[in-house]
Design a protein around this ligand. Structure first.
Ligand SMILES: Cc1cc2nc3c(=O)[nH]c(=O)nc-3n(C[C@H](O)[C@H](O)[C@H](O)COP(=O)(O)OP(=O)(O)OC[C@H]3O[C@@H](n4cnc5c(N)ncnc54)[C@H](O)[C@@H]3O)c2cc1C
Length: 495
C-alpha cells in the first residue's frame, strides 16, 4: 500500500509543535499533520498537573509573541491556565484539525531517490512527508531513579509527570525524592495535608523570592481593550529576563560576579527569614554557582521545612523496602507514598526522541554522540535534508521557552519561504556553516557560567554526559531572533 503522503509532518503537539503548525499555515501549507503520542495537545502542560504546578517565568512573557493573553489570572499563572492557553491558541489558529493523537513516532528515514522522509508509527503504519519537523520537547521523558528495592515498595509510587489527581495527601506519610524546580512547587502543597513529609535531597537548589500577584479584573479589561498595555508589560518582563540570562549566564566575565552575588544574597536572606535552624539552612545551601542549574522562585519552599511535619534528609538513600526508605546513615523512615520528583531523562531519551536516519545512512543519535552535540541555529544538521529539529542541542534560549519558539518560527519563515521562492525540493545546511556555528557556540559557552563558574556539583541537565553545556543557546533572545531572520541563505543548499 502506498503510504499516505504529506507536505510536512510535525512531531509533538506542545507549544513548539503548535507554533510550527501555525507557521506552516501562514506559509500556505495545508497538507500537513501533527503527530502526538498523547491523547491531547499541550505537551508539558498536559502531562504535568501535580498540585502547585505553575510557570516560573511571568506569564506575560510565557506566551506566543503574536498572541498575548489578557486572561491570565496572575503574574505566574497555573499549569491549568497554561494548558487552557494552549487549547485556545490551537483553536484560534485552526491547527487542532491537523493533529493526530495517540500516535507515537518510532523512527524516520530519508529516501534520497524519492526526496521524502518515511515515518514509521507505532502500530506498523508508515507515512511519507517532504518536510519533517520534530518538536518533541526537552522535558518529556520522565526519569525513574534506579534505587535498590524500589520495585519492592508496597505503597503508592507516583512520578510528578504522571500525577494521580484522585490522590489525597491528608494523613499520609510521604517521601519526596528530588529537589528540582518541580519539588519546589509541590512540596509546600503536600506539606499542607500530609501527616509526615520527608524530602530526600541529593543536590540543594537555588531558590529566590517570587514576586507574584493576581491581575485584578480592571487590569484584565485594560489588557483586552488596549493590548498595547500588555505588550508594554511583556517588554518589561522580557527585558528583565533577557538581562538576567544574558549577563547572568552567558557573559559571566562581564557582570556575572556582581549579579550572582546579588541573587545569592537574596536566596540567603530568604533562608534566613524563613528558617531558624542554622544547620538546616546550611543543608539547603547549594555549593555550586547560581545559574549552573535552572534556579527557581518560591516564597514557600524554605518555610515548609520549619513546619513540624516536614523534614529534610540529605545523607542519601541506601535502599527502599516494602514499607519505607532506609537512608545511607542507616535510619529508616516508614512511608506509604513515594513521590518521584526526579525530573526528566534529557540527553539519552530526547536527542533525538526517536531514531532518525538521514542521507548516507547517517544516524542522528549516533552522529551527535560521536561528533559532539550540534545543530546549526539550533535546528539543522548536515545530511538531514528537509528536517528541522526544534528540540536540539544549542536550541533553548534559557528561561523563557517562547523566545525559542519565536526565533524558530522566524527561521521557518525565512527558510521555507526561500524554498518556495526557488521552487526547490530540498534544503540542507552546509557542512561549513554548521561547523562555523558550532565553533561560535563553543566560544560563547566559554564565557558562560557553565565554563567559568563552579558547576561541578550541580548535576544540571544543562550538561550532557560528556560534560558539555550543549543545551542552551548562549546568546540573547534578541540576537537569536535577529539571526533567524537574517542568516545567510548560502548557509543552506537548495536543490
Ligand atoms: C514542570 C515543568 C515546568 C516548566 N516551566 C517552564 C517555565 O516556567 N518556563 C519555560 O520557559 N519553560 C518551562 N518548562 C519547559 C517546557 O517544557 C517548555 O516551556 C515547553 O512547554 C516545551 O514545549 P515543547 O513543545 O518543546 O515540548 P513538550 O511540551 O514537551 O511537547 C513535546 C510533545 O512531543 C510529544 N512526543 C515526544 N516524542 C514523541 C514521539 N516519538 N511521537 C509522538 N509524539 C511525541 C510529547 O508527547 C509531547 O506532547 C517547564 C517544564 C516542566 C516539565
Amino acid at each position: 500500500m502506498t503510504p499516505q503522503q504529506f507536505e510536512a509532518v510535525v512531531v509533538g503537539a506542545g507549544f513548539g509543535g503548535i507554533g510550527a503548525a501555525i507557521q506552516l499555515r501562514r506559509l500556505g501549507y495545508e497538507n500537513f499533520v501533527i503527530l502526538e503520542r498523547a491523547a491531547d495537545l499541550g505537551g508539558t502542560w498536559l502531562v504535568n498537573h501535580y498540585p502547585g504546578l505553575a510557570v516560573d517565568v511571568p506569564a506575560t512573557t510565557y506566551s506566543y509573541f503574536f498572541e498575548p493573553n489578557p486572561n491570565w489570572s496572575r503574574l505566574y499563572s497555573t499549569g491549568t491556565e497554561i494548558k487552557r492557553y494552549a487549547n485556545d491558541v490551537a483553536d484560534k489558529y485552526d491547527v487542532r484539525r491537523h493533529m493526530r493523537f495517540n500516535t507515537a513516532v518510532e523512527s524516520a528515514g530519508w529516501d534520497e531517490d524519492a526526496k521524502v522522509w518515511n515515518i514509521a508509527l507505532a502500530g506498523g503504519e508508515t507515512i511519507a512527508t517532504r518536510i519533517l519537523i520534530t518538536a518533541t520537547g526537552f522535558l518529556s521523558q520522565p526519569r525513574l531513579p534506579e534505587i535498590p528495592g524500589i520495585g519492592d515498595f508496597a505503597g503508592k509510587i507516583v512520578h510528578t509527570s504522571d500525577w494521580d489527581d484522585s490522590y489525597n495527601a491528608a494523613g499520609r506519610r510521604i517521601a519526596v525524592i528530588g529537589t528540582g524546580a518541580t519539588a519546589v512547587q509541590l512540596v509546600p502543597e503536600l506539606a499542607e495535608e500530609a501527616a509526615d513529609l520527608t524530602v530526600y535531597q541529593r543536590t540543594p537548589i537555588w531558590v529566590v523570592p517570587k514576586i507574584d500577584f493576581r491581575f485584578p479584573a480592571w487590569a484584565k479589561r485594560l489588557f483586552r481593550r488596549f493590548p498595547l498595555v500588555q505588550r508594554v508589560i511583556r517588554a518589561i518582563t522580557d527585558g528583565i529576563y533577557e538581562f538576567l540570562i544574558y549577563t547572568g549566564l552567558h557573559h559571566r566575565q562581564l557582570f556575572f560576579r556582581r549579579l550572582n552575588i546579588g541573587a545569592t544574597d537574596l536566596a540567603k536572606m530568604l533562608r534566613f527569614m524563613q528558617i531558624r535552624d542554622r544547620g538546616l539552612r546550611e543543608k539547603l545551601t547549594p555549593d555550586y554557582d547560581l545559574g549552573c542549574k535552572r534556579p527557581t522562585f518560591s516564597n514557600r519552599y524554605y518555610r515548609t521545612f520549619a513546619k513540624p511535619n516536614a523534614h529534610l534528609h540529605d545523607s542519601g538513600i541506601d535502599h527502599i523496602e516494602a514499607d519505607g526508605i532506609v537512608a545511607a546513615d542507616g535510619t529508616k523512615n516508614v512511608v506509604d507514598t513515594l513521590v518521584l520528583a526526579t525530573g526528566f531523562d534529557l540527553w539519552e531519551a530526547n536527542f533525538p526522541a526517536f531514531e532518525i536516519i538521514g542521507r548516507d545512512e547517517r544516524n542522528l543519535g549516533k552522529w551527535w554522540r560521536e561528533n559532539r552535540f550540534q545543530a546549526y541555529q539550533g535546528v539543522s544538521m548536515p545530511c538531514f535534508p528537509n528536517f528541522l529539529s526544534l528540540s536540539s542541542p544549542y536550541a533553548f534560549l534559557g528561561l523563557n521557552f517562547f523566545n525559542t519558539v519565536e526565533y524558530q518560527m522566524r527561521l521557518m519563515d525565512r527558510l521555507l519561504g526561500e524554498m518556495k521562492r526557488r521552487a526547490a525540493d530540498t534544503f540542507e545546511v552546509t557542512v561549513e556553516a554548521n561547523a562555523q556555528y558550532l565553533d561560535r557556540m563553543t566560544k560563547l559557552i566559554g564565557d558562560s557560567v557553565f565554563a567559568v563558574g563552579n558547576c561541578a556539583t550541580s548535576r544540571s541537565y544543562y550538561f550532557n554526559p560528556s560534560g558539555e553545556a550543549a543545551l542552551l543557546r548562549p546568546m540573547s533572545a534578541r540576537a537569536a531572533i535577529e539571526e533567524a531572520s537574517r542568516f545567510p541563505l548560502t548557509d543552506y543548499q537548495f536543490a
